[in-house]
Design a protein. Structure first.
Length: 291
């Protein structure tokens, strides 16, 4: 078992629930996911199986697409409908033109404060654990990348946005901050992740009735996780050297990582620059690991 599963996570399931379902079908292979979805959220969850778990960080770097639904004029401690909402008195009712005019201010590299009820660690503990115990949690803002935001539908109080963003973005924080800029509040009432990189929702595999046979037939090549890296086709001697932890000499410039493949396309290793003109192994995969 070595590869990637594109899973469609249903509402009410945690990302760990989905991983545990796959884990039960592929033991003793390792399983891990790339990019947590809250229980409220649905959609694409990329699950890495076997040696592909060592590629999770590369999947996490991929851009993500969401369809997010917000209710305007209300707030909640969690910035979504998981906790009780509070209606705002005299909240503004923005027009679609006003919302459209505000969106460009939230595109690009922006500073974003994560929700108090989030998995961000504060002094070694999850923020949501502290918040649930009544502690005053104030999280520092951090830089996230928002590639695009489009209005799909607006009929007050419901606003539906199509969002493309980078890793670490909290969509409910984005809705909260957008609403505050319009003199109102917002809570996220639904979230669907429609894509992570090239892993799209239309190809995602339902997880609730998943079988081992489906896992085996739908397991995708692990090399898809590192499609953004420059490929290096290796000779047999170079493959042997890499598998022994030795550096090889290849002419490749302008990148700090590359993927080493056999002539048949088998995934050998992630490579990084060493001495001038040399590339050394960063992650080496088992002999049986194929692309």
């Amino acid at each position: 078992m070595f590869g990637i599963l594109n899973i469609n996570k249903p509402a009410g399931w945690t990302s760990r629930d989905a991983v545990n379902r796959v884990q039960g079908l592929v033991r003793p292979a390792k399983v891990g996911h790339a990019g947590t979805l809250d229980p409220l959220a649905t959609g694409v969850l990329v699950v890495c199986v076997g040696p592909a778990t060592r590629l999770i960080e590369y999947v996490q770097r991929m851009p993500k697409n969401y369809v997010a639904t917000f209710q305007l004029g209300v707030t909640s401690p969690s910035d979504d409908t998981e906790l009780e909402t509070t209606s705002l008195v005299s909240a503004a009712v923005p027009t679609i033109a006003e919302i459209g005019a505000a969106l460009p201010h939230f595109i690009g590299d922006i500073e974003q404060r994560p929700p108090k009820y989030s998995a961000v660690k504060v002094r070694g503990r999850r923020a949501y654990d502290l918040a649930r115990k009544g502690n005053d949690v104030e999280l520092a803002a951090r830089t996230v990348a928002i590639h695009s935001i489009d209005i799909l539908r607006y009929e007050y109080p419901e606003l539906v946005l199509d969002i493309s963003c980078g890793s670490g973005t909290y969509i409910r924080s984005l809705g909260r901050d957008l609403a505050e800029s319009l003199d109102t509040g917002a809570v996220m009432s639904a979230l669907e992740r429609t894509a992570i990189g090239d892993f799209g929702l239309t190809q995602a595999l339902p997880v609730d009735n998943l079988s081992r046979e489906q896992v085996e037939s739908r397991l995708q090549p692990a090399v898809r996780a590192i499609a953004a890296l420059a490929p290096i086709r290796l000779t047999n001697d170079q493959v042997a050297a890499i598998r022994c932890g030795r550096a090889i000499h290849v002419e490749l410039c302008g990148t700090d990582e590359a993927v080493g493949l056999t002539s048949a396309g088998e995934l050998v290793a992630i490579l990084r620059p060493g001495d001038p003109g040399a590339w050394k192994p960063k992650i080496v995969f088992p002999v049986a690991a194929t692309s």
